[in-house]
Design a protein around this ligand. Structure first.
Ligand code: 4FD
Length: 250
């Protein structure tokens, strides 16, 4: 997957895109993140990329021309253009899965009070928000988007931390996790997890996920429970008798 990022601060992305899991994906050739400095496309004698807003109101607005130049340089007419913005639709797992299917897309990062509206209108930009709060720029939201999409691309995560692991009981919060040592400062790991009984372990995880979801996210819990009798594609039941007993108990 190729992702073009248009920003006034390309250096912000290097540590995130070159380190750890995303860096390894780049080395493997699975992920190609290209950084474009919008300022390189300024034709102003002082390399300006922003100006005062028409109509007043304070702050600065990123000018259309450098952004048009940057978008043309990455052949954005043929691609989906995403604009990180507090006005956008809030990012969720459904949108992340949709983007993970694409071969390429472009992310535009705004700063100050955002970009000239004509950029968004002309390029048909899709506005995406990572939550109801305002940041000084779209760079951190872009990194959140990139990370969330990248981990769904086959080969990016090792088998160990595969995204598939989560989809088993998707729609529920994750159960608690433990690792060595079995006892730490008097606190024991739940015995079932060290029992070697994989059926009991799976049921324990389901029960923990259900309890946590009921307490913290009653909306997700109600949605999950309403599907307790669903069938799989092949007509078999989605949940075993033991699983349905747990669901009814919680
Ligand atoms: N919640 C988000 C995105 C960008 C941002 C900006 C208009 C400010 C938060 C357009 C105003 C962009 C988000 C830059 N803050 N700040 O996803």
């Amino acid at each position: 997957m190729k992702i073009d990022v248009l920003t006034l601060f390309p250096e912000m992305f290097r540590p995130v895109t070159e380190e750890s899991i995303l860096g390894r994906a780049a080395d493997k050739g699975i992920l190609d993140i290209r950084l474009t400095d919008i300022r390189d496309f300024s034709r102003d004698k002082h390399n300006r990329a922003d100006d005062y807003p028409f109509g007043g109101g304070g702050g600065m607005v990123m000018m259309a021309d450098p952004i048009f130049g940057a978008l043309e340089s990455v052949d954005a007419k043929a691609k989906k253009v995403i604009y990180m913005s507090p006005r956008g639709k809030i990012l969720d797992e459904e949108k992340i899965r949709e983007l993970a299917q694409l071969d390429s897309f472009v992310i535009l990062c705004g700063h100050y009070e955002g970009v000239d509206q004509r950029v968004l209108d002309y390029w048909g930009a899709e506005e995406i928000s990572i939550g109801d709060y305002v940041l000084t720029g779209g760079e951190l939201p872009a990194m959140v988007l990139i990370d969330s999409v990248a981990r769904l691309i086959p080969g990016v995560l090792g088998n160990e931390d595969s995204a598939l692991n989560e989809s088993v009981y998707s729609g529920l919060l994750e159960h608690p996790q433990y690792t060595q040592p079995r006892e730490y400062r008097g606190m024991e790991v739940p015995e079932v997890l060290t029992s070697g009984n994989h059926q009991n372990i799976a049921l324990w995880k389901l029960e923990q996920s259900l309890r946590l979801t009921k307490e913290r996210r009653p909306d997700l819990y109600e949605e999950f429970v309403s599907h307790r009798n669903d069938k799989n594609e092949d007509g078999t039941k989605r949940f075993s008798k033991a699983e349905r007993q747990i669901i009814d108990k919680v």
